[in-house]
Design a protein around this ligand. Structure first.
Ligand code: GLC
Length: 753
């Protein structure tokens, strides 16, 4: 270690040590003092270095880069001009870069290591929209905690998750990454994921700093086209888009990531209204904001800034604290400060925020605390993590249709044909945000079903979904013509009692930059489905997909349909246990399934308009060629049993409103039900939706058992944001609905005084 680094490190340790010696609990005040002590040692260049994040730029086990960008990044690392790196993973690699930052730079300030731990690190849990279908907040929190444990064991200490973007547009591929269309459910899930990732002790080497993204409105991209323009009104912004971010902030999320899109003409990265007025002002957020990849520079393409210098100037003033891979801050900020364009106090504020998170992660105490080889070996892929992945995978499955009790399958004496390009696929179920997963590491549906040995199982692919290998950065080449395997599949179906068909999307057909104008089964899968149907109508359709699909023909003709999303590493076990009835499906859709792309955006919490229908004449809000109704509504999902809802009652106690309902299991097997509560504010100074989810409870009922479920509505649930962003509660009539889906008709009403 160089002499001067040693001196500085001794000073730093003294600063840290003495405060520790006073025995003062590590509160915010204490950390703030430490942060200031470090900040006071830093040069302007070193401060700006903390605001600079680089992508992993060389194979650290290889030779040191000697030229080009990589050499410059390496130099910056050595000079303490890098605050964070992303996409460096594995203890050996993280240790290498951390060692350079800590032992070769003047001050030895540790790096914070970020990674997209979206639904798992090496072990994948279901994609986030699938987990959201469980409505099981504890299981979702556990899933995030397991992901954190595994990633932290690999040297990571910051995840770029949870993505909390609400979206009503399944053409947008990133709906797979969020919690669906509803703000109330999305807010609850945002909190569960933040608390799962960050745990009770952020300095533990089993937890990660979380990141609420993408701030804001990214899910409202025009025409569902990724990165596209967003133009929304204040009522949608305040009542639909912002609340999940506020919930994450209130759950003490340590970082935010801004968004690629412009919002109402101002790119999110340069949007002071979002980042300064709302996030750091009204919400008093004390963490830091990282730009999304290159988004500072992209303000040039937006036509918002003329060059990199202008971009750096506007981004830092708008509250973007860290620059991910634009090289704008590291190259331009010092000059902007020196020529007086940017106050150094802005730099200090950003650096304080970044250093504070590093202190909270324990990185100053021990920069290598996340770099333990033994822990890496014992934690990654552990039984505990696999079991959690299986648990949440089963809970994420939604039963969409089950006519004539085709499901559950008999466990013996049946000949089953398993058909579909995704049935034996061990890669697609990992989804698109599976960066650290081993290729082909998922348990396939075929493997899961082979564990049920009492039945004869014949597998026939029928048709591949994609042509050739698929990956994160290239378009998927869809199989549009190769029907050469149809006949074998048809033969298998002919001689079987039941046919299980696994159809849908390969993992990289949804996710970032995967927008689609069609939501039909991709390629020739519909042709395959109908060809098999000609010889055997006893079909169970298992969907593997990252977004709602317009499976109208299947809904009309196929007796059983299971929504199995992309369930991650334990896919096959989860699907098989549900198909065979070892787990009674309990999932509910977190996003509306449209009948046609022409209906989009279609969502359950729509406004009534001035011309609701239906009416005899044409003068009401409708289509000539399609119903207003979805294929499957938000909150919908069946079980192997049935439930009835009765005796809804409401009583007001002061400002609180109690809603009571009896739920009965009217079937033959035990089942779990997500009891959902919706309200409608009949008259308000800003029009309110015809239904709004304001409560849900998971209950398990034995056959014929009845439970009384009670919800309490407070001003928090009954109020809304007006167009100035003020939260208001107005007296008046409210309707209240309770049921197992948003299309419930069990209702009553009350007057809120
Ligand atoms: C991507 C994504 C963002 C991700 C980041 C780092 O482009 O938009 O969600 O966290 O870059 O990979």
């Amino acid at each position: 270690m160089k002499k001067n680094t040693l001196i500085i490190s001794i000073i730093l340790l003294a600063i840290i040590g003495c405060q520790k010696s006073t025995g003062i609990k590590e509160g915010r005040k204490d950390i703030d003092r430490k942060v200031d002590s470090v900040l006071n040692l830093m040069t302007l260049e070193e401060k700006i270095g903390q605001m600079n994040q680089y992508n992993g730029f060389w194979d650290v086990t290889g030779p040191v880069p000697s030229d080009g960008d990589a050499a410059k990044k390496y130099e910056h690392l050595r000079k303490g001009l890098v605050g964070s790196m992303l996409n460096v993973r594995g203890v050996a690699n993280v240790k290498k870069v951390q060692k350079i930052a800590v032992e070769e730079s003047r001050l030895g300030i540790p790096l914070i290591i970020g990674f997209d731990v979206i639904h798992g690190y090496e072990t994948q849990s279901p994609i986030p929209i699938a987990e959201s279908a469980s409505w099981d907040l504890e299981a979702i929190k556990k899933s995030a905690a397991m992901a954190a444990k595994e990633a932290a064991a690999a040297g990571i200490n910051w995840t770029f998750a949870p993505m909390v973007d609400i979206s009503r547009d399944p053409r947008w591929g990133r709906v797979m990454e969020g919690a669906g269309e509803d703000t109330f459910l999305g807010s609850k899930i945002a909190v569960a994921r933040v608390k799962g990732f960050q745990g009770e002790d952020l300095s533990s080497p089993a937890t990660l700093a979380a990141c609420a993204k993408h701030f804001a409105a990214y899910g409202f991209a025009e025409s569902g086209k990724d990165y596209n323009t967003v133009d929304v009104g204040t009522s949608t912004l305040y009542n639909t888009i912002l609340p999940p971010f506020k919930a994450a902030k209130d759950a003490d999320v340590k970082t935010f990531m801004n968004a690629f899109n412009e919002l109402n003409g101002i790119p999110a990265t340069g949007n002071a209204f979002l980042q300064r007025e709302i996030l750091k002002g009204r919400w008093n957020f004390k963490g830091f904001v990282v730009s999304d990849w290159g988004s500072i520079m992209e303000m040039m393409a937006h036509g918002y800034v003329k060059d990199k210098k202008d971009a750096a100037d506007l981004a830092v003033k708008a509250g973007s604290d860290m620059d991910m891979e634009s090289y704008a801050y590291i190259n331009e900020l010092a000059e902007l400060v020196n020529d007086g364009s940017v106050k150094e106090s802005l730099i200090d504020d950003a650096v304080r925020r970044i250093l504070k998170v590093k202190f909270e992660l324990g990185l100053f105490e021990d920069p290598y605390k996340y770099c333990n080889e033994e822990r890496e070996k014992s934690v990654i892929g552990s039984k505990e993590i696999q079991e959690a992945a299986l648990d949440i995978a089963k809970k994420s499955i939604v039963l969409l249709k089950n006519e004539n009790k085709v499901l559950p399958l008999k466990k013996s004496g049946q000949k089953i044909a398993l058909i579909g390009g995704l049935a034996a696929d061990k890669n697609s179920p990992l989804g698109s945000w599976r960066l650290a997963a081993k290729d082909n590491s998922a348990i396939s549906v075929l493997e899961g079903m082979q564990k049920y040995k009492e039945n004869e199982l014949i597998y026939a692919e029928g048709a591949s979904v994609a042509v050739g290998a698929t990956n994160f950065i290239n378009e998927v080449q869809v199989n549009l013509t190769d029907t050469s395997k149809f006949n074998k599949a048809i033969e298998a179906a002919k001689k079987s009692d039941v046919v299980v068909m696994v159809l849908g999307e390969v993992g990289f057909q949804s996710g970032e930059a995967r927008s689609s104008t069609s939501l039909d089964l991709p390629g020739i899968q519909q042709e395959l489905l109908e060809a098999v149907y000609q010889v055997n109508k006893n079909i169970v359709l298992v969907l593997n997909n990252g977004r709602p699909l317009t499976i109208n023909w299947a809904e009309m003709n196929i007796p059983a349909i299971v929504e199995a999303w992309q369930l991650g590493s334990q896919t096959g076990n989860a699907v098989a246990q549900v198909l065979y009835g070892d787990y009674n499906p309990s999932g509910k859709l977190p996003m509306t399934f449209p009948r046609s792309v022409g209906q989009i955006p279609i969502y359950y919490n729509y406004k009534n308009t001035g011309r609701p229908g239906p009416k005899k004449e044409v003068f009401w809000s409708h289509y000539q060629d399609e119903t207003n109704k979805p294929l499957y509504p938000f909150g919908y999902g069946l079980s192997y049993t049935t439930f009835s809802y009765n005796d809804i009652q409401v009583s007001t106690q002061g400002k609180n409103v109690k809603v009571i309902v009896n739920v009965t299991n009217t079937g033959e097997v035990e089942g779990k039900e997500v009891v959902q509560l919706y309200i409608r504010d009949m008259i308000a100074s800003v029009t309110r939706p015809v239904k709004e989810l304001k409560g849900f409870e998971l209950i398990t009922l034995k056959p014929k058992e009845t439970k009384t479920v009670t919800f309490t509505l407070t001003e928090k649930e009954l109020g809304f944001f007006n167009n100035t962003g003020a939260f208001i509660v107005e007296p008046g009539e409210f309707k209240v609905f309770v049921g197992g889906s948003s299309d419930t008709s069990l209702e009553t009403s009350f007057d809120f005084l």
